[in-house]
Design a binder for this molecule. Structure first.
Ligand SMILES: [Zn+2]
Ligand SMILES: [Zn+2]
Length: 252
């Protein structure tokens, strides 16, 4: 039996990078952290084995270190046509493959389905299916995409955004326009929304849930513990990603 190995090298508005390995297929989701920093954060991973990068969307925290990862010519970058437009305007040039929501494609031993999310820029979540294990990745969305619940329930591990605590967000120094953007249907999930999403996705298959893209100013692990973990009926393992350090290699 092959295990899927997952490591969240970093996840927050300051930079996102997730490593996923199954058999000889090694991919990244997003490129908001440099290869050099990734090696420091998690030296157990051989980043030279990465075959492909899946971009969720072209906000800076997801793409800003892409150029460093592209030095290796055999990496394919998968993205929406919209993301390509943004990157091209910024002067990037690289080998790319355009993907569309709800249209599955293959990379090595993985079959990947892009999920359309609700964000202020076209943004994909991903359902990654292998012979044995499935993973679902959903961040940067103002509304949880309940239309995909059946698919999410077929995951062994769910990586889901728990962006902010609503009280902390209102009490923050952030300009009101930014607060409105974050809480809108095209912003980010607050803890209550993440709890509701988790409750609707619990299944006998789902064993691990990772909290992603937590705001460094407007959320804490304690808040998530009190408002999601303690209130949820999920009986599996909850794992926290971190803005500044990598998780261990999570085996699924
Ligand atoms: Zn983001
Ligand atoms: Zn974003």
């Amino acid at each position: 039996m092959s295990l899927m190995k997952v490591s969240i090298i970093g996840s927050s508005s300051s930079g996102n990078l997730t490593y996923i390995e199954y058999n000889n297929t090694c991919i990244l989701i997003d490129a908001g952290i440099s290869k050099r920093d990734a090696k420091i954060r998690n030296p157990l991973i051989n980043y030279d084995k990465v075959n492909a990068i899946l971009l969720t969307h072209a906000h800076d925290d997801h793409i800003k270190r892409l150029d460093g990862w592209m030095n290796k010519s055999n990496i394919n970058i998968y993205m929406s046509k919209h993301s390509l437009g943004v990157l091209t305007k910024r002067g990037y040039y690289f080998k790319h493959i355009i993907i569309n929501e709800n249209k599955p494609f293959e990379i090595g031993d993985m079959s990947i389905l892009p999920l359309l999310l609700s964000h202020d820029m076209k943004c994909f979540g991903y359902f990654i299916m292998t012979k044995e294990k499935n993973l679902c990745y959903i961040t940067d969305t103002g509304i949880f995409p309940y239309n995909y619940t059946t698919i999410v329930k077929d995951s062994d591990i769910l990586l889901i955004e728990a962006n902010h605590d609503i009280d902390m967000l209102y009490e923050s120094e952030r300009p009101f326009s930014l607060i409105q953007r974050i809480i809108s249907d095209k912003g980010h999930l607050r803890n209550e929304q993440t709890l509701d999403a988790i409750e609707s996705c619990i299944s006998s298959r789902l064993k691990k849930i990772v909290f992603m893209h937590m705001s460094q100013e407007c959320n804490t692990k304690d808040c998530i513990h009190n408002n999601i973990v303690l209130k949820s009926s999920f009986k599996g393992e909850f794992i926290f990603s971190d803005a500044l350090k990598s998780t261990e290699v999570i085996e699924v």
